[in-house]
Design a protein around this ligand. Structure first.
Ligand SMILES: C[S@@+](CC[C@H](N)C(=O)[O-])C[C@H]1O[C@@H](n2cnc3c(N)ncnc32)[C@H](O)[C@@H]1O
Length: 239
């Protein structure tokens, strides 16, 4: 996707992947960072999870990092004045720790879960946690339309067993896992659908934007039709 199309679709969304406050609270009940702890929000996007993370480190710090400069700038503007939030534009795998908790909501697919976890483990304090969500097959069904879609969109997609293996290979303990509920998807797809509707109604004369609007609509349609077969698994792991 070119920069123009990305901006047209993604520049004003509250979040960039499925997630919600209830799921964050569920994970934090297991991860339990200290009140003065240090959290890395790895691939923070527009920063939707930062207020929720701050609730768990009221005397600590959230370091929010994203490779996409406009997201880092957006988060910097939003939390200017809150000394507990540090924003970095850069690679999540090149951050100086140590962190009590690394939170990676839907972002490890980019470097790859297998490659990212061992690097992140070294950024943790002993006993620290990595909480991440990753798109996985969640049942025995493999609807051909979804298989076809993810073959190009996420060829590395596995299932819970794959995640457990990747966590173990990284030298981490698999603490617990849940599947993100439909509300977490609606938190992402609701605003995205509104944006796509607007663009459809007033489509700029730009073939790449038209192509990307259609591609995003297909992604949502695949989830609405086959969302029982796949989902985001939210995993709590410990060093
Ligand atoms: C699916 S989005 C999720 C964003 C956010 N966590 C949320 O839930 O709204 C993934 C984010 O990871 C960022 N990203 C991808 N690779 C990265 C890397 N190596 N270092 C830092 N950020 C990265 C992308 O720019 C994007 O903002």
């Amino acid at each position: 996707m070119n920069e123009r199309a990305f901006f047209a679709i993604h520049s004003a969304l509250p979040r960039e992947g499925p997630g919600d406050r209830a799921s964050l609270a569920w994970a934090m009940a297991f991860a339990r960072p200290p009140a003065d702890g240090r959290i890395l929000d790895a691939g923070c996007g527009p920063g939707a999870d930062i207020p929720g993370l701050l609730d768990y480190v009221p005397r600590g710090e959230v370091v929010a990092v994203d490779l996409h400069a406009p997201f880092a700038n957006q988060v910097r503007a939003r939390f200017r004045g809150d000394a507990r939030v540090t924003v970095r534009h850069g690679d999540m795998l090149a951050q100086s720790g140590p962190f009590d908790l690394i939170w990676a909501a839907g972002s490890l697919y980019a470097p790859g879960v297998e490659a990212a976890l061992p690097v992140m483990r070294r950024m943790l304090v002993p006993g620290g946690r990595i909480v991440f969500s990753d798109l996985c097959w969640t049942g025995p069904e493999r609807p051909p339309e979804a298989v076809d879609f993810f073959a190009t969109e996420y060829p590395d997609m596995g299932d819970e067993g794959t995640l457990r293996t990747r966590v173990a290979r990284a030298g981490l303990r698999f603490q617990t896992v849940c599947k993100l509920p439909p509300a977490a998807w609606e938190a992402y797809y609701g605003p995205l659908e509104n944006r796509l509707d607007l663009l459809r109604r007033d489509l700029p004369d730009d073939p790449e934007i038209a192509t990307q609007v259609a591609a995003h609509e297909r992604e949502i349609a695949v989830w609405r039709a086959h969302g029982d077969a796949f989902g985001y698994l939210l995993c709590v792991t410990a060093r």
